[in-house]
Design a protein around this ligand. Structure first.
Ligand SMILES: [Cu+2]
Length: 108
């Protein structure tokens, strides 16, 4: 025989289980992104941040480029496993113009 109290208890346990699953899922979502910090250099490169940003954003798998949080650096958010750090540095190293060029290395 099931009492009202037992039913209630089962319901609460079930709800707690769902809640725990939800919590477990959150870090998995958060871990779905990856950040690479590039140290920028090169003659007058700091005047061409727009070029750096658009070159990095053109790479498939790059979801965000942050040039503001750390002076002289680009914090690049990528989908994990889709972008190799070498692709990011290569894109920046290819930027050059009349009397300027950019260089990047991955910060460890
Ligand atoms: Cu640095």
């Amino acid at each position: 025989m099931t009492t009202r109290g037992e039913k209630m208890k089962r319901w609460i346990v079930g709800l707690a289980g769902l809640f725990a699953l939800g919590l477990a899922g959150l870090p998995a979502l958060g871990g779905d992104q990856h950040k690479v910090t590039l140290m920028l250099g090169g003659k007058f490169c700091d005047l061409y941040k727009g070029e750096v940003e658009s070159a990095l954003k053109k790479i498939a798998g790059v979801t965000a480029v942050d040039l503001k949080s750390m002076k002289g650096h680009a914090i690049v958010t990528t989908d994990p496993g889709k972008v190799k750090p070498d692709q990011l540095t290569a894109a920046v190293n290819a930027l050059k113009g009349d009397g300027w060029h950019c260089k990047a290395e991955v910060m460890k």
